[in-house]
Write a protein that binds this ligand. Structure first.
Ligand SMILES: C[S@@+](CC[C@H](N)C(=O)[O-])C[C@H]1O[C@@H](n2cnc3c(N)ncnc32)[C@H](O)[C@@H]1O
Length: 333
């Protein structure tokens, strides 16, 4: 599917001189009709990718096989897909390796499933759990279209990811867990049961409120290492002669990743020194994250921001006044 000469049944991406991309599936005797004319598939079949061909009106296209990134961004979608920049991070942060046994939920459109399957390879396995049958069907179609056949290591199971894996996975046999769903904290007990000691659990969440709730739930469960969070910002660049600069537009936000590892048995995480300074979430903290909003206290202490002493603030104010006086030409003593 991915190399050699172009064959019927394979997808190719055609890019015109305006950079517009279209994907077609090659068929013997097939034709691709646009306002610019007709391109006969037989002109492409048997050729290598990377050629430039013209349609019957002389309009030219670059011909390449779509990459995984191209495929994911143009495939049919039900739920929102994980963007390639985040899939790449997930593979790295979750340390997905060839031969690994990975559990994923939810499946959505199957974008992340494709990256996970590629990373585990033919010797690995991916068990994907999804609540909604219609999403599972979209994902099935997309995965099959990408690999050109069913992947030998892939199983989709319909059901709630918080409970269904407990009927299917043996305890402590899953090497990696990757969750992209609204309430990943509902899976805490499931992950604690099926994930092998040392196994990595990565969750992709869209909002800070989910991130915070999940991090606190993981800490409270005491079966995992201190969770670590990050986001990935990707800024593309404009390259045109001397006009080399960041593009004006970017996808500013997709989601956050939260990663942790399973400790063995009943072993509890070491309390890292720096955590000693940070108090347990108070009733006010919890109220601020969705309880009774009137009880929320938004002060420096609850937000863990730097508290500036009165003395330091007075000194800064005096400095500011001195600088202002100088600027206004007020004589200095
Ligand atoms: C944002 S989508 C996942 C997108 C997917 N990662 C992709 O890249 O295409 C979230 C999915 O989680 C599923 N989901 C939500 N809660 C679930 C649960 N408790 N168990 C299983 N799936 C769940 C939803 O039905 C939805 O399909």
């Amino acid at each position: 599917m991915r190399k050699g000469r172009l064959k019927p049944g394979q997808r190719v991406q055609l890019t015109d001189y305006k950079g517009r991309k279209s994907t077609i599936t090659l068929a013997e005797g097939g034709e691709w009709h646009t306002h610019q004319g007709v391109l006969r598939h037989d002109e492409l079949i048997g050729q290598t990718e990377g050629i430039v061909v013209a349609n019957d009106a002389g309009y030219e296209y670059q011909v390449l096989r779509p990459l995984l990134n191209d495929f994911v961004l143009s495939m049919p979608r039900g739920a929102t897909v994980v963007y390639p920049k985040d899939s790449a991070q997930i593979i790295q942060v979750a340390d997905i390796f060839p031969g690994a046994h990975v559990l994923e939920a939810g499946v959505g459109s199957g974008a992340l499933s494709i990256s996970l399957l590629r990373a585990v390879g033919d010797t690995g396995s991916l068990h994907s759990y999804e609540l909604r049958e219609e999403f599972a069907e979209i994902a099935r179609g997309n995965v099959e279209a990408f690999f050109g056949q069913q992947h030998p290591g892939w199983e989709i199971h319909l059901g709630d990811a918080g409970t269904t894996p407990l009927e299917i996975e043996q305890p402590q046999t899953v090497d990696r867990v990757v969750l992209d769903m609204l309430a990943p904290w509902d899976c805490l007990n499931m992950v604690k049961t099926v994930l092998a000691p040392g196994g990595v659990w990565v969750s992709y969440v869209a909002t800070v409120t989910q991130l915070s709730r999940l991090a606190e739930a993981i800490r409270d469960s005491e079966g995992f290492t201190e969770p670590e969070a990050h986001e990935t910002m990707l800024r593309t660049w404009h390259l045109d002669g001397l006009a080399v600069r960041p593009d004006h537009r970017m996808v500013a936000h997709t989601g956050f990743l939260l990663a942790t590892r399973r400790l063995a048995g009943d072993h509890r995480p070491l309390q890292l020194k720096k955590r000693e300074k940070v108090s347990e979430p108070s009733a006010e903290d919890k109220a601020a994250w969705g309880g009774n909003q009137e009880d929320a206290v938004w002060d420096e202490e609850s937000l863990k921001t730097r508290v500036v002493s009165k003395k330091k603030a007075r000194r800064a104010a005096a400095n500011a006044q001195t600088i202002a006086d100088k600027a206004k030409g007020v004589p200095q003593e």
